[in-house]
Structures are given as C-alpha cells and as structure tokens.
Design a protein around this ligand. Structure first.
Ligand code: B12
Length: 289
C-alpha cells in the first residue's frame, strides 16, 4: 500500500461517520460505501470513499457526530480529533479563530472533549501552543492587534461554551478561589484552571481578571477557600502588585488556604517558596496537584 495515503479500518470509518461498525459493513455490502478489500478480507477506506458516501447519502448520515460532516475537510478534522493529532488541529483552530468562525473552533473543542480527551490535555496540547503562536505572530508584526483580539476572543468564547458540556461531579472535594491581580486582563488561563478544578470537584469562586483585593478578608471570612489559584501574566505596576500579593499571602496564611500560582508575572514578583504550595506550569499539573 502507498505510504502517503491514510487508510482507515471499519472501526475508524464508523467513528468518523458516527455509526456502528455493522452499518459500515452493511453499506459496503450494499455497494453504497466504496472500500478496498485486503487479501485477508478486511475492509480499508480512504478519505475519498467516506467523502463520496457523505455526498451521495446525506440522509443515511443524520446521526450526531463528534464533528458535523459536510465536506472532506470536516472528515479530515474528524479523523484528527479521533487520532489526537494536535499539531494539525492547532493550525486549523488558529485559522478559524482569526476568521472568528466560532462554530468550527467549538466543534474541535467539543469533539475532543466528547472523544474522551481530558480537558488538561486539550488545554496543554491544543490551546496553549495556539496562544503562543498568536503572541509570536503579534510580536513579529505579522498580525495586527485587532486580529490578535479576534483570535483570542473567539477561543475564549468557545472555551466558555465548552464549560456548558463538561461533566462536573456532584460531590465536592473542596473550595477554590481563582483570581488575577488588578490591571491584569489575561484571564483565559484562569478560565481553563477554573474548568479543571470544577472537573476535579472543587466548588470554585471565580473572581477573574483585574481583581482588586480591597476587603478580600471578608471573602475569606465567609467562604474560607481551601485553595487560592493566582494567575499573573503582566505586572504593570510592580510595587502595587507586589504589595497586593504579599497581603494576599498573609491572609491565606491566617486562614490556612493553600496558594497555587502560575504565569509569567511570577518571574517578576518575589515570593517566599515556603508559603507557596506549588508554582504550576501546565494544566496537567493543575489536574494532578
Ligand atoms: C490573549 C492575549 C491578550 C488578550 C487577553 C485576553 C484575555 N481575556 O485573557 C488581550 C488582548 C486583552 C491582551 C492584552 C495585552 N497583552 Co497580551 N497576550 C495575549 C496572548 C496572545 C495569550 C495569553 C495567554 O492566555 N496565554 C496562554 C497561556 C496558556 O500561556 P501562559 O500565560 O504562558 O501560561 C502557562 C503557564 O504559565 C501556566 N499558567 C499560567 N498562569 C497560570 C495560573 C495558574 C493558577 C496555573 C495553575 C497555571 C498557570 O499555564 C499555561 C500553560 O502552560 C499572549 C501571548 C503568549 N505568549 O501567551 C500575549 C502577551 C501575554 N500579552 C502581552 C502584552 C504586552 C499585552 C499588552 C500590554 C498589549 C498592549 N500593549 O496593550 C496588553 C496588556 C493588557 C493588561 N492590562 O493585561 C505580552 C506580555 C509580555 C510581557 N510579559 O511583558 C505577550 C506575551 C505577547 C507578546 N508576545 O509580547 N493580551
């Protein structure tokens, strides 16, 4: 067989079309779906077989799929979702995010999640590299600020919609508060941290971007979080943010809350390692620790 052609077996084809393997077998026997039969009698498919089936038999393919199938590109995306080919998906999502094609970005996120990829894997292997790519393109002057906004806002919107389908356990294992410091608008990472904590069973208090810590003690008195997650990307006023951070660390120590931090802002802010439970670098770590 040629090595540059992707062949799918009946199981792959069934998953891609969102049907049972028995339907695949029946359709090939009836001649509705083309295939190649190997010497051992196994059915093999190439993308074009599935694409022409879709084109000719739209009504047979009315089932819900991981990725709605309208054309050959959709089939390929569906295949890459199944195989977890994040490199290909990164480029696809990035392209669609620049065009503000929310439905396509959403389909990939939902498809991966429904296809049993854990959120942390989707965030580490798909979204983080995409954000770095967007940042680099902007830094190199290859995209304008508005294009950067289009792309990051599209992904951020889809992320929030993804939260609507994630499975959250009824039984709670603790309380967590998530915040960014004042003047920091980079809250996308914090949203992803929020999702992972919810999946783990934490009851999350999400303060989000640009959170002033004025009267924060009252929140601790009422809510007393077991954990506080702080994300810092940009530190515009170092002296002010350092003061806020030191104050928050003291309050956490008084109330016995563990502190988890992450983000490049902590390369600038100073902290005593002994009072920080963990500096998290990936979403997998957020899921684990
Ligand atoms: C999206 C984006 C924006 C959006 C933010 C939208 C939003 N709602 O979040 C908008 C358009 C608002 C924005 C604005 C600005 N931005 Co901006 N932005 C970005 C971009 C493209 C992605 C940010 C992001 O979410 N990264 C994705 C995460 C996944 O990466 P990460 O931060 O490294 O985090 C990883 C770990 O550190 C860890 N982690 C991080 N935080 C936490 C927290 C916890 C609790 C845990 C568990 C883990 C964890 O998990 C991540 C995965 O490994 C970055 C590019 C980049 N390289 O990141 C620039 C970037 C961060 N922005 C930058 C700049 C300069 C700005 C502006 C000053 C631009 C301007 N002149 O107006 C403003 C500042 C606004 C403000 N006051 O905050 C610079 C920062 C450089 C610096 N540190 O000095 C960057 C790096 C772009 C660049 N290449 O120059 N930005």
């Amino acid at each position: 067989m040629q090595t540059d052609v992707n062949y799918f077996n009946s199981k792959d084809a069934a998953k891609m079309l969102g049907v049972n393997v028995s339907s695949i077998k029946r359709w090939t026997d009836e001649g509705k779906l083309e295939c190649i039969k190997t010497a051992g009698g196994h059915r093999k498919f190439i993308l074009q077989h599935l694409a022409s089936f879709l084109e000719n038999h739209k009504k047979d393919n009315s089932r819900v799929n991981l990725f709605p199938l309208e054309n050959e590109t959709d089939l390929l995306i569906s295949h890459y979702i199944l195989k977890g080919n994040f490199e290909y998906l990164q480029n696809f999502v990035l392209e669609k995010a620049f065009e503000c094609k929310r439905e396509k970005v959403q389909q990939v996120l939902n498809g991966l999640y429904l296809g049993q990829y854990p959120l942390h894997e989707i965030y580490d292997n798909l979204l983080t590299p995409i954000f770095y790519k967007i940042g680099n393109l902007w830094e190199e002057g290859k995209i304008s600020v508005i294009q950067e906004h289009f792309a990051s806002q599209t992904i951020s919107d889809c992320l929030i919609r993804l939260q609507g389908i994630i499975k959250i356990p009824n039984e709670k294992i603790g309380k967590a508060m998530c915040l960014n410091f004042a003047t920091d608008l980079h809250d996308i990472v914090l949203k992803m941290v929020d999702h992972i904590l919810e999946v783990r069973g934490f009851n999350v208090l999400y303060a989000g971007s640009n959170t002033p810590l004025f009267e924060i003690e009252k929140i601790f008195e009422n809510f007393n979080p077991d954990r506080v997650y702080i994300s810092s990307t940009i530190v515009l006023d170092e002296e002010m943010i350092q003061k806020e951070f030191d104050k928050l660390c003291k309050i956490c120590a008084d109330f016995g809350s563990e502190i988890y931090i992450g983000g490049m802002g902590f390369n600038i802010l100073k902290y005593d390692e002994s009072i920080i439970k963990k500096k998290l670098e990936t979403f997998e770590e957020t899921f684990t620790f």
